[in-house]
Design a protein. Structure first.
Length: 135
């Protein structure tokens, strides 16, 4: 067998292995109810329930943060995150949790936040330099 044919077969085998690994580790989006029925990791989108207590005390345990969140269909669940409380968490509008359901609640391995106030500017100021450049 030629070296180029062997190289081609090995390249195809490596490509297939990479695709299988990527597909196997990819998690899907769902709700808290889906997380109860699923043993794998899941992305859950929702809003933090700011009416309920958030538990974070860096002096006692800096790697424990818990709060309550409502998913997109209105299911509420306690969320436990074993890391420090993310900066600007209280200002976040919508969050995405990555994790799985446990007996204690939803155990998040990561929290992705979007704070719309950082990206929106209701009133854009026009500076003198901008006026000159538009002329």
């Amino acid at each position: 067998m030629k070296k180029s044919a062997i190289f081609g077969i090995i390249t195809i085998a490596i490509a297939i292995a990479i695709i299988i690994c990527t597909y196997g580790s990819a998690s899907t989006y769902g709700t808290f109810k889906d997380a109860q029925n699923n043993s794998g990791e899941l992305h859950v989108i929702g809003h933090v329930d700011k009416q309920k207590d958030m538990v974070y005390d860096a002096t006692k345990d800096a790697n424990y943060f818990s709060f309550y969140m409502r998913d997109t269909v209105g299911n509420e669940c306690k969320v436990v995150y074993n890391s420090t409380k993310p900066q600007d968490f209280d200002k976040s509008d919508k969050i995405v949790l990555v994790g799985k359901m446990t007996k204690e609640g939803f155990h998040a391995s990561s929290i992705l936040m979007k704070c719309p106030s950082k990206y929106k500017n209701d009133k854009m100021e026009v500076t003198a330099d901008a006026k000159k450049s538009s002329i």
